[in-house]
Design a protein around this ligand. Structure first.
Ligand code: GDP
Length: 295
């Protein structure tokens, strides 16, 4: 995960770690390298620039040059700022409401269906919930089947209405079904498209208004870098969602999405997907991620 970024940051700190006496020039060089590493990871220019400006202020504030081990202190400052950039404190999901309703949004292929299953399994095993998965993709029969397969795999019931082409109705009926059948958590998987379009946005917005979920989660493929951030912005403008799910972090992702998304939409990353298996889900902890990036 983020191997390239880790390597580049490690190299950036070589300058500081190798010198007996550190000068302002060394610090400036390091900051330049840090910024380059962020840009290479597909973090947008403004975020990368603001980031290094903050690190610089912090380094001046803490009088880095006069400390015993300036290299170590700089690494710590960068680590703390990276954690801030990705969200600061970890935040959970809102499971109030009976049933609690969780709406999944995102583009096709982002990993919504897979993540819906992972979350259902997580809530069932870790929070002793009785989840109901709901298939609201009325365009692709394959998507409904995929959710059914996932449900079978994890032993979670899947609600479908294969002849109904109205996703709002399906979602509302599913919630009634959940209430009548002792399911206290409803996870609604919706239709995504390959790119943001008006029809998809209207549809998800209508579902959102009709069911008023406790949690609206935006699922995004971390491999898509700055595109991920633009898509997040489009969905957030319509849904004002509660949190982000970053999928495919097991792949060779550069890290841009993870590092930029919080600054752009000001919503926390709540979970990450780290593989195709149903167990490949982790709560997102910004500090641990920063720790991992800086090794
Ligand atoms: P949806 O169209 O948004 O519902 O996306 P899917 O859930 O169908 O996922 C699209 C593809 O990405 C599938 O082949 C999934 O197996 C794969 N996928 C989803 N999440 C992850 C992940 O965290 N890691 C990896 N490696 N693959 C994933």
């Amino acid at each position: 995960m983020f191997n390239n970024l880790s390597d580049k940051l490690d190299k950036a700190f070589h300058v500081l770690k190798g010198h007996g006496s550190i000068t302002e020039i060394n610090v400036a060089e390091t900051l330049k390298e840090v910024r380059r590493a962020l840009l290479d990871a597909d973090v947008n220019y403004k975020i990368a620039k603001d980031f290094t400006a903050k690190v610089k202020d912090e380094a001046i504030g803490q009088d880095v040059l006069t400390t015993l081990n300036p290299g170590q202190l700089m690494v710590k400052i960068v680590k703390d700022e990276l954690a801030q950039l990705m969200g600061g404190e970890a935040s959970g999901i809102n499971l109030s409401g009976n049933p609690s309703i969780i709406l999944m949004s995102g583009l096709q292929g982002s990993g919504k269906t897979t993540f819906s299953g992972k979350l259902a399994l997580f809530l069932k095993n870790k929070k002793s919930k009785q989840p109901l998965l709901v298939a609201c993709d009325v365009y692709r029969p394959a998507a409904i089947n995929q959710l059914k397969v996932v449900g079978e795999q994890i032993g979670v019931e899947v609600y479908t209405e294969e002849d109904n082409k109205n996703p709002v109705e399906i979602a509302q009926n599913a919630i009634k079904y959940a209430k009548a059948n002792g399911k206290n958590t409803v996870i609604i998987d919706t239709a995504g498209r390959l790119a943001v379009d008006e029809e998809m946005m209207n549809e998800i917005s209508n579902i959102h208004k009709a069911i008023q979920p406790q949690e609206t989660l935006f699922v995004v493929d971390s491999m898509t870098g700055q595109d991920a951030v633009n898509t997040a912005k489009a969905f957030n403008d319509i849904l004002n969602f509660d949190g982000v799910i970053l999928t495919k972090l097991d792949g060779d992702t550069r890290g841009g999405a993870a590092l930029s998304i919080k600054s752009v939409v000001n919503k926390p990353i709540k979970f990450i997907g780290t593989g195709e298996k149903m167990e490949a889900i982790d709560i997102f902890y910004p500090e641990r991620m920063a720790e991992r990036i800086l090794g």
